[in-house]
Design a protein around this ligand. Structure first.
Ligand SMILES: Cc1cc2nc3c(=O)[nH]c(=O)nc-3n(C[C@H](O)[C@H](O)[C@H](O)COP(=O)(O)OP(=O)(O)OC[C@H]3O[C@@H](n4cnc5c(N)ncnc54)[C@H](O)[C@@H]3O)c2cc1C
Length: 460
């Protein structure tokens, strides 16, 4: 065994959370070792955010081609070349991967390739070599979960990783799970020509969102021919001659080419020595305080292994926070409700802060006001032929505490929504800001005008 190398910060896992910690720590002149067993960039870059959004964009191009006649353009969709779609998607990933490798290299981070395991409170062993940190950051991310007794075979019963590597568009697919990942795949596959049915145990699709958002997505999916069964727990799957047969609560069966299991993501924390070193865990997640400190001194955790929203930008921000904390900068605690959430299906969903129901729970029903501005009154949305709304939730005589949007491209509006929420803006303050015309941003402006009591293109 060779002598341990010592660093200011050792980071286990090079995904969104881990590499952000490494880059910020290096900027702050800390010596950094970043340990990654697979590819720098982790789930988001290689198996998550980026490839799924490329697939969804290819689907959007297919839909736009089908709909071209509505805009007076003569075009015909003659097919989907999945090999070419995959090479476009993989090309986007490859370019970003190369850029990220360059960033880490130029930041003078010691990049260690290999699987690490904790062998001391702040010591990680990789292939017999030990790396000790004055601080250790756990950032080992997550994996696709399944249900008890439901085995992924990678062919007919698949996870999102398998789905991203399919060499064909399935003629038909059942998607188990109506959360973000499930509805994004359902949306992309439908756009590319598949018959899709979503099975969800909860009473509505995108159940973490405001109820009106779920209703709008369900209405739009119905129009797009995406089938869904909500409030129907999965019971079993069997192989048929050509695919799978899924039985749901009540005995109803659905057949398709394949079943995508999108029931959530579990933390990658097993057999990594976490418990042995005394790191407090619950159901596999690493428990931290609001400053992302674990129960072991000088050991922090970031990203999907910390309970809460499993989103890349949360991991980035937590990584920046931890690096600054280690450097003694005392950064402000991250507000989980201030993290933007976007679902990139068609229609898109984008939200900030509290749903109307949660705001009423928190502040009392009579202290909460909501306003729903329909995109029917927004010029740019009509040009795009999209439907949906911007819904605001405010505390009476107080700030906006929730923004909920549905419609094509509303994900791009989340930037303004997150400033409104995080700056605790009052409707009257946003109402006095000028929004360019014609943009979809105007819908946000109009909703605030209305909630401030001076609607322009809307009824009070
Ligand atoms: C299909 C899909 C779509 C998604 N879309 C979005 C989206 O649009 N927007 C968004 O914000 N989020 C999205 N996410 C979520 C996002 O990918 C995650 O929140 C994010 O990747 C979490 O970052 P992380 O650093 O915690 O973990 P990960 O990205 O999972 O990285 C952890 C890294 O640790 C490494 N590792 C694990 N164990 C060891 C070990 N023992 N030794 C060395 N290395 C190890 C792994 O190889 C991995 O690279 C999506 C996820 C999926 C699956």
């Amino acid at each position: 065994m060779s002598e341990p190398s010592t660093f200011d910060v050792v980071i286990l896992g090079g995904g969104s959370g881990g590499y952000a910690t490494a880059l910020r720590a290096a900027q702050l002149d800390l010596s950094v070792a970043l340990i990654e067993k697979d590819k720098l960039g982790g789930t988001c870059l290689h198996r998550g955010c980026i490839p799924t959004k490329a697939l969804l964009h290819a689907g959007e191009v297919a839909d736009q081609t089908r709909d071209a006649g509505h805009f007076g353009i003569k075009a015909e969709l003659i097919g989907v070349d999945m090999a070419a779609v995959n090479s476009y998607k993989d090309g986007v990933v490859a370019k970003l991967y190369k850029g990220l490798q360059g960033l880490v290299k130029s930041a003078k981070i010691t990049y260690v390739e290999g699987a690490g395991k904790l062998v001391g409170p702040t010591t990680v062993e990789v292939d017999g070599q030990r790396y000790t940190g004055r601080n250790l950051v756990l950032a080992t991310g997550s994996y696709s979960r399944t249900l008890p007794g439901l085995e992924l075979d990678g062919q007919r019963v698949i996870s999102s990783e398998h789905a991203l590597n399919l060499d064909r568009v399935p003629a038909s697919a059942i998607v188990l799970g109506g959360g973000v990942i499930g509805v994004e795949f359902a949306s992309a596959w439908r756009s590319l020509g598949a018959e899709v049915t979503i099975v969800e145990a909860l009473p509505r699709l995108v159940a973490a969102e405001d109820e009106e958002v779920s209703k709008a997505v369900e209405r739009a999916f119905r129009k797009r021919g995406i089938g869904f069964k909500t409030g129907k727990p999965f019971e079993k799957v069997e192989h048929t001659d050509s695919g799978v047969r899924v039985t749901i609560a009540g005995g109803e069966t659905i057949e398709a080419d394949l079943l995508l299991v999108a029931v959530g993501r579990g933390p990658t924390t097993a057999n990594l020595g976490y418990e042995e070193q005394g790191v407090k865990m619950e159901r596999g997640f690493v428990i931290t305080d609001e400053r992302l400190r674990t129960s072991v001194p000088n050991v922090y955790a970031v990203g999907d292994i910390v309970p809460g929203l499993q989103l890349a930008h949360r991991g980035f921000q937590q990584g920046i926070f931890v690096a600054e904390e280690i450097a003694g900068q005392q950064p402000a605690v991250i507000d989980e409700a201030g993290i933007p959430r976007v679902t990139y299906s068609d229609p898109e969903v984008a939200s900030m802060g509290l749903t109307e129901a949660k705001a009423k729970e928190q502040y009392g029903a009579d202290k909460v006001q909501a306003y729903n501005y329909n995109l029917g009154g927004n010029g740019k949305s009509q040009i795009l032929r999209t439907q949906g709304f911007v819904k605001l939730v405010r505390v009476a005589d107080g700030p906006v505490v929730g923004v909920h949007m549905v419609g094509a491209r509303v994900g791009e509006l989340i930037g303004e929504a997150q400033l409104i929420y995080n700056w605790e803006a009052y409707p009257a303050e946003v109402a006095q800001l000028v929004h360019a015309h014609p943009t979809q941003n105007e819908a946000l402006g109009e909703a605030h005008l209305a909630l401030a009591g001076k609607p322009l293109h809307a009824h009070a």
